[in-house]
Design a protein around this ligand. Structure first.
Ligand SMILES: Nc1ncnc2c1ncn2[C@@H]1O[C@H](COP(=O)(O)OP(=O)(O)OP(=O)(O)O)[C@@H](O)[C@H]1O
Ligand SMILES: [Mg+2]
Length: 259
């Protein structure tokens, strides 16, 4: 069955996009068919994975029941090569996504539209990863409703952990379920090894709050990710031999095993 994973946190800058793009790439490198959906108005995963000249975007499908969603799917471009196993439905930047969100408010079945569209293409993919923004929106509701599971990247900072708590609360409300019915993994990300106090605080928080839902893989704070963002390429493409290039490969394996 296709695993539809929303990557989210109610806090900005906690590596949602970095996690979506790198995890999607590593999953595809392990032989999985992967689709990325960019639901964030900053269009960051779109920047990573396309040349930015895509005719259609996710809004074309969400606004129109009859739109063939496969028309908005493009092969991802990594190191100038179109990928067979990694595809993307691009987002658009700024006002276009805000306007899309406003336009959707008055539509029927406005929260289920993504789920309904995806049902037509799920057989083509092993994983669908949805990159989201930190706020509440109709687009975000669509991501929650469509997702079969969740990844919450978090730094070891109070606001970021609060961002995970707030999103878990929101998912319970939207899906009418309890926390133990949500399939999710909390991923400690951009963690500074030398900040001993915050390291202890974060590890203790995760171990006591989510002992069974914390990823074993830790994504440490490494400058390779800044270079990766600058080059618009996954970390392991920038420098295959770098220690940080292995983090998302390890996470991908863990997620495959965590089925
Ligand atoms: N492991 C890491 N080590 C160091 N820097 C990182 C790491 N992961 C991501 N970054 C950097 O942190 C910044 C925020 O990451 P990213 O854009 O993925 O966060 P986000 O949660 O998607 O943000 P937003 O809420 O704005 O969408 C980026 O500049 C990124 O390059
Ligand atoms: Mg982002």
């Amino acid at each position: 069955m296709t695993r539809i994973i929303m990557v989210g946190c109610r806090k900005g800058g906690v590596t949602k996009t970095t996690t979506t793009v790198n995890l999607a790439y590593e999953l595809s490198q392990l032989g999985n068919r992967v689709l990325v959906l960019d639901f964030d108005g900053q269009g960051d995963s779109t920047k990573f994975l396309t040349n930015d000249d895509c005719e259609y975007y996710i809004g074309d499908a969400l606004l129109d029941r009859k739109f063939d969603i496969s028309k908005a799917i493009y092969p991802a471009i990594v190191a100038d090569k179109e990928q067979d196993n990694l595809h993307i439905i691009p987002g658009r930047r700024g006002d276009i996504m805000t306007k899309l969100d406003m336009d959707m408010i008055s539509l029927t079945r406005r929260e289920e539209r993504l789920k309904l569209h995806l049902s037509k293409i799920t057989d083509n993919y092993d994983f669908i990863l949805i990159d989201t923004n930190p706020g509440t929106s109709v687009l975000g509701l669509n991501a929650v409703m469509a997702a079969t599971e969740f990844i919450f990247p978090t730094e070891f900072k109070e606001h970021s952990l609060d961002g995970v708590e707030a999103l878990i609360e929101h998912i319970q409300d939207v899906k009418f379920i309890e926390e133990d019915e949500i399939s999710f993994l909390v991923v400690a990300s951009k963690i500074n090894k030398t900040a001993k106090k915050s390291l202890a605080y974060g590890q203790e928080y995760l171990a006591s709050r989510w002992p069974n839902n914390t990823a074993k893989t830790i994504i440490w704070d490494r400058s390779l990710f800044a270079e990766s963002e600058y080059e618009h390429e996954p970390a392991s493409v920038i420098n295959r031999g770098h220690v940080a290039a292995r983090y998302y490969k390890e996470l991908a394996k863990e997620i495959i095993a965590h089925a």
